[in-house]
Design a protein around this ligand. Structure first.
Ligand code: ATP
Ligand code: MG
Length: 299
């Protein structure tokens, strides 16, 4: 039996969310030894066990309280929530963080030759999807009578196979749609990966661990969006230099030994520095301009 005092986290075993979810856990200091075929991975430095499963199973595991936390795409989460709600099963959970990966949209796409002005063009038609609950909610909101046909895979070939008139599927670039002679028309749901927690309270120890890990997740996300900028600037133009640096309210200004007229400016910026701005800084007399990635941040 597994040890119930260890925090249990569900992640997708293999797929689009696996690598990024594991990367978050590693970045916040959780050491993991993942063996490809094993369902469970124990952390060697924290009281944490990873449960590696198909993403379809993650919302249910969290809602039933079998695991404490889960990394999951909002599309799958919301679909399972609606499905379980309709079946009178437990469907509560808490969203802890919206993450910066797994971005995609659930969209309606129709064959190139089909006339489509708005969702109303689907009146009386069949639409193949892996997300019937999200799609039917959308139809209800739009006041359209169309039928969602559930397919767990190969959704994009459904119109050619004569199974449906149109499809509703996940899209990120649209290349798959194009390759199948389909055009993206309406977005039904926009999704990113999220970290969720079971609705029932955690033990004090587990909650303390989660509360310690969340600021680390914030720090990792914030760090990815930030840059550390260093440059040497002429003292006389310091104000102009500061105004060119994006999102940098409080730069550190340091003397440069042997150069009374120049200073070193260090700043954490919420944006990157574009080549155009670097050229302007250079024109003001700045030198040694460096833009560096940040690994971790804490306020
Ligand atoms: P599993 O075997 O775990 O059930 P899967 O085939 O259902 O895997 P993946 O294709 O790995 O799932 O996608 C997992 C999640 O990744 C999606 O539910 C979605 O949230 C997200 N995602 C991000 N970009 C895309 C995309 N272009 N197409 C599909 N899913 C995407
Ligand atoms: Mg799946």
């Amino acid at each position: 039996m597994s040890d119930n005092t260890r925090l249990r986290i569900a992640v997708q075993k293999s797929g689009r969310l696996s690598d990024d979810s594991i990367a978050v856990l590693k970045a916040i200091g959780i050491k993991l030894q993942i063996r490809d075929r094993l369902l469970i991975a124990h952390s060697t430095n924290q009281a944490i066990d990873l449960l590696r499963v198909r993403d379809d199973d993650i919302p249910g595991l969290v809602m039933d309280g079998v695991v404490d936390l889960g990394f999951i795409g909002e599309n799958e989460l919301e679909e399972k929530m609606l499905e379980r709600k309709a079946a009178n099963k437990k469907h509560e959970y808490k969203t802890l963080r919206r993450l910066d990966y797994g971005g995609c949209r659930l969209s309606i796409a129709v064959p190139n030759e089909m006339q489509y002005d708005s969702v109303a063009s689907l009146e009386g038609k069949k639409v193949a999807t892996t997300y019937p609950f999200l799609l039917e909610r959308f139809f209800a909101e739009q006041g359209v009578n169309a039928q969602a046909v559930m397919l767990t895979g190969s959704v994009e070939v459904a119109p050619r196979a004569g199974v449906a008139d149109a499809i509703c599927d996940l899209v990120s670039t649209g290349a798959t749609l194009e390759a199948n002679g389909l055009r993206e028309k309406d977005v039904v749901f926009k999704s990113k990966a999220v970290l969720i927690q079971k609705a029932k309270a955690l033990s004090e120890e587990k909650q303390a661990l989660v509360s310690r890990l969340l600021p680390r997740i914030d720090g990792v996300i914030q760090a990815k969006e930030s840059k550390y900028i260093m440059l040497h600037a002429p003292k006389a133009y310091l104000e102009q230099v500061k105004s060119l640096l994006p999102g940098a309210e409080n730069p550190t200004v340091l003397p440069l030994s042997g150069h009374d007229d120049r200073v070193a400016v260090h700043v954490v910026s919420s944006e990157t520095l574009f080549w155009e701005t670097m050229e302007k800084l250079k024109a003001l007399g700045c030198s040694s301009i460096l833009v560096m990635p940040i690994e971790k941040m804490m306020g």
